[in-house]
Design a protein around this ligand. Structure first.
Ligand code: SF4
Length: 264
C-alpha cells in the first residue's frame, strides 16, 4: 500500500515525540466548527457541531496494518476537528487491536460540554485541548467558531473532564499579538481547569498571523509559571514551542503529511 488516506506521518512533534497521525475525518475539505485566524488548513466557514461517521474502522485498520513505522503516539488530528467523528471510540478500538502505541487526541474542545464526548475522550492516553482566548470576545475573534459554540460552555466541559480523568490532559494555547497580553487571565483559567501540562505555541508555519519571538514566548512561560505557583498550581508543567526539540523523522508519505500538518 503506497497511498494512505487515513494515516499520515509519522512526524516529529515537539510535544508528542514521534507521532503517527490518524485522521478520523479524512475529507479533502476542512471539517471544523472553528475557523481560527491562524489555521493552516485554509479559511473556510465553520461547520455545525454535529457528529457523523467519516471513516470505517476496517478501512483504518487496513492502513494501520500496512504501515510498519513505529511511533510514540498514534495521534488523532488531521483535516478538521476529530471529535466530529461519531465513531471515534470504534476507531480507537481498532488502533488498540492492531498497534501497541499510546494514543493521543488533539481537539479544539468545542464539544467537551457533551458528556458523551467527554466519555469518548477518557479512552485516549493523552488529550490535548485548545484554549486560545481568556474570554468570549477574544474567542470569537481568534477562533471564529460557529454561532452555536459558546466560550463558557467550553470551560464548563473542560473542568469536569479534567476532574474526572485518569488520562493525561494538556491545554494548548496559540499565542499571537491579539492574546499575548492576557497571560495572567490564562493562568487563572489553567488553574480552574487544572491540566497536567500547558503547551504554549505560536504560529511558526506560514499563515497570516505573525509568530511571537523566542523572547516573548519565554517571558509568557515565566509569567504563567509564576502565576500558577502563586495560585497554588505550581505542579502544572508549562512548555513552549521554542523550548522543546522535535525528533527528526521521515514520513511514510510526505504529500499526505504536509496537507494535514495543521495541528500535529
Ligand atoms: S486550527 Fe484547528 S481548530 Fe482551528 S480552524 Fe483549524 S482545524 Fe479547526
Amino acid at each position: 500500500m503506497t497511498e494512505f488516506k487515513y494515516c499520515y506521518g509519522p512526524v516529529g512533534s515537539w510535544r508528542l515525540g514521534v507521532s503517527l497521525g490518524i485522521d478520523p475525518i479524512s475529507r479533502p475539505e476542512k471539517i471544523c466548527d472553528f475557523n481560527c485566524v491562524y489555521c493552516q488548513l485554509g479559511d473556510c466557514a465553520p461547520v455545525h457541531p454535529e457528529r457523523a461517521v467519516y471513516v470505517q474502522p476496517q478501512a483504518l485498520g487496513a492502513e494501520l496494518s500496512a504501515l510498519k513505522a513505529p511511533a510514540d503516539y498514534l495521534t488523532f488530528s488531521g483535516r478538521g476537528e476529530p471529535t466530529l467523528a461519531a465513531n471515534l471510540k470504534e476507531l480507537l478500538l481498532e488502533c488498540g487491536r492492531l498497534r501497541p502505541e499510546k494514543t493521543a487526541l488533539i481537539t479544539n474542545a468545542s464539544m467537551m460540554c457533551s458528556e458523551k464526548i467527554r466519555e469518548d475522550l477518557t479512552a485516549f492516553d493523552f488529550v490535548i485541548a485548545k484554549l486560545d482566548a481568556p474570554n468570549n470576545e477574544l474567542f470569537r475573534k481568534i477562533n471564529r467558531p460557529g454561532p452555536r459554540i459558546c466560550f463558557d460552555e467550553i470551560i464548563k466541559g473542560l473542568v469536569p473532564f479534567s476532574k474526572g480523568r485518569r488520562n493525561r490532559l494538556a491545554i494548548q494555547t496559540m499565542l499571537i499579538d491579539r492574546n499575548k497580553a492576557y497571560t495572567r487571565d490564562f493562568a487563572a483559567l489553567y488553574t480552574m481547569i487544572s491540566p497536567d501540562e500547558v503547551q504554549l505555541n505560536t504560529p511558526l508555519r506560514p499563515c497570516s498571523e505573525k509568530p511571537l519571538s523566542r523572547n516573548e514566548m519565554a517571558s509568557a512561560c515565566l509569567i504563567i509559571g509564576a502565576e500558577l505557583e502563586r495560585l497554588g498550581k505550581g505542579g502544572i508543567k508549562v512548555i513552549n514551542v521554542y523550548g522543546e526539540k522535535a525528533p527528526e523523522v521521515s514520513p511514510v508519505s510526505a504529500p499526505d503529511t504536509l496537507k494535514r500538518r495543521g495541528k500535529t
